[in-house]
Write a protein that binds this ligand. Structure first.
Ligand code: DAH
Length: 339
């Protein structure tokens, strides 16, 4: 029996096959087991030798089974390890490169310029209350910006911020002067869309507060930004304008000096010296929070501009709606570097 069993054990190439052989010979009703069962029928004098014989066979088979089992298990493990092996020297699969949205590229250019000037970059809530968006910014009730038609109002009386200026208030309530910040973020206006108007767009807001800050500091700062964007020859132009939260207020344009012959004045945004009423509103809010009044008597300037206009010109995007239409053909052009 042993002569049959051993080759069968050797021939088993899987653990399942080996189990079958095991059952056949040494299982509960296996051949060897049954053989042992016949001992009782033998005369006592034969029983002992016969018993020893069968047990020797049984042991030889069991040993062969154990050895084979160890081998098969090791082979299975080796095979598994081989199949799961990772060749760390193989080159990686080429993945399509992602890209930065053109608005984020322009934001990065802008905040880079301001960070080099020592500004802190902050963001704020897009859902605002009327007080921060209008009241504290000295926007009177009769100002057209308050018009129901320009603002997305929420049912609870709050609104989607119509500009990033309310972050001026929030930041000053939480921080004492001196300070230099730029705010980046989305703003919303309830208006008809066309090639240059979207109901959601972006702004970069600047605020500097300290002692003896004046209009020359503001002009120098905007000029520095223009040079950062368009090179050392860039020019800036200011013209008087009205924004309730600044006095005096101005609009500014930068000269976009483009070697392709498309140079032009680009109306970029508004700016001015922080209105005393804004500082007062901040101090009122601070006082209500148990903080010291530290803004009245300070001086500062503020500005706000739209990165969309810069991006449209820089990347030759003719319609502002392309930025947000999620058309991969537009955004797909901004993979990798595209300068
Ligand atoms: N918040 C203004 C707007 O959305 C832009 C602006 C103008 C911001 C003048 C300022 C500023 O900080 O001083 O139209």
């Amino acid at each position: 029996m042993q002569h049959e069993a051993i080759p069968e054990i050797q021939a088993a190439t899987t653990l399942e096959a080996l189990q079958t052989v095991k059952t056949k010979y040494v299982g509960k009703s296996g051949l060897v087991t049954r053989e042992l069962g016949t001992l009782g029928k033998l005369p006592p004098e034969e029983r002992k030798t016969r018993g020893a014989e069968i047990n020797a066979v049984r042991q030889a088979i069991q040993e062969a089974l154990d050895t084979r089992e160890t081998t098969l298990k090791r082979e299975a493990l080796d095979a598994q390890l081989a199949s799961e092996a990772i060749d760390v020297t193989l080159p990686g699969l080429p993945l399509p490169a992602g890209g930065l949205h053109p608005i984020n590229r322009v934001y990065d250019d802008l905040t880079g310029i301001y960070e080099r000037l020592g500004y802190t970059v902050v963001e704020g809530p897009e859902v605002e209350d009327e007080h921060h968006n209008f009241e504290a910014l000295n926007v009177p009730w009769y100002h057209p910006a308050r018009d129901l038609q320009d603002t997305f109002w929420l049912e609870d009386g709050r609104l989607l911020r119509t500009h990033t200026s309310p972050m001026q208030i929030r930041y000053m309530v939480d921080h004492e002067p001196d300070l230099k910040i730029v705010v980046r973020g989305k703003v919303y206006r309830y208006e008809a869309t066309d090639a240059t108007h979207e109901s959601m767009f972006h702004q970069l807001e600047g605020l500097v507060v300290g002692d003896h800050i004046n209009m020359a500091d503001l002009k120098g700062t905007i000029a520095e930004m223009a040079r950062g964007l368009y090179g050392p020859g860039a020019k800036v132009r200011f013209q008087p304008s009205y924004y309730p939260f600044v006095e005096p207020g101005a609009d500014f344009a930068v000269y976009w000096d483009n070697p392709r012959g498309e140079s032009k004045w680009l109306e970029l945004g508004g700016c001015g010296m922080v209105h005393p009423n804004v500082f007062k509103a901040v101090d009122d809010l601070r006082e209500a929070q148990g903080k010291e009044r530290v803004y009245e008597g300070k001086t500062g300037f503020a500005f706000g501009l739209g990165p969309e206009r810069i991006a449209m010109l820089k990347y030759k995007i003719p319609d502002i709606r392309y930025f947000y239409a999620n058309d991969p053909r537009v955004i797909g052009q901004f993979r990798g570097e595209l300068e």
